[in-house]
Design a protein. Sequence first.
Length: 316
Amino acid sequence: MNRREFISGTALGISVLSTGVTNTLFAGPAKSRKMTMNLVCGAIGVSANQVEAIELASRHGFESVEADANYLTGLSDDELTRLMASMKEKNLSFGASGLSVEFRQDELRFKDGMEKLPRLAAGLKRAGVDRMGTWLMPCDGKLTYLQNFRQHATRLKEVAVVLKDSGVRLGLEYVGPKTSWTSRRFSFIHTMPEMRELIAEIGTGNVGLVLDSWHWWHASDTAADILALEAKDVVAVDLNDAPAGIPKDQQSDGKREIPCATGVINLGPFLSALNQIGYDGPVRVEPFNEAVRKMSKDDACEAAIGSLKKAFELIA
């Protein structure tokens, strides 16, 4: 089951409350920004291979682009050298790559993914990519919380050990909407504190958070929670807004808005806290938004970069 399949099976959900956190947490002038405006084509409904994604990112002013582990691993040394030179000319870097291992289902699928992972991790290392991210299903129909926690800790530790050998960090994203974590019998990790407990249990030192403003808001996590982190604790960031006029507990994970579209999610404290801890990784837009998905490739990219620029202006 992929993320879209899971989201499409859940109900609606979320309130128009702000985080309740003000910019008083952020004393002094804003630090220079290290985080990058990242293009992940699939997250905005754009179909593009690695080369096409790089061209779109360059054309629309992004600063980083998602890394395709399969593509990069298959390049010869000469081909990779030319690709990296092209990216340097375009002032682009790689953001993160998606984790290909299916750890949420049966043992056979997990082992199959693990057999392929060392080659992909080595391919990312060769291309200078040191971040990989994935998400956790926030519920299960059969496994209790503790059973699910133990399985995730065991499997993700195996993943993290392989990635660590290639200097790659693993980011884990919790899914926050109530309509998601209540959609099956047993709820699972859906807040930052719970995810940090799992990361501590894995204990390999190269596992951190994929932090999404959407899930952060749904989980009632705060800017103070982010300020309690170090830069190394955050591997990647997603930036989204929520639809207006829908109660928080009724909002659906598959119906979001691009950053700053409604202002329902207060992105200023979220980004300011990340900036204050020195987060230096990619920030992508992932709205699962029907209007964005219907746009042309260039229009979708322009909407995404425009929303990121607007959001980044909120950094205190």
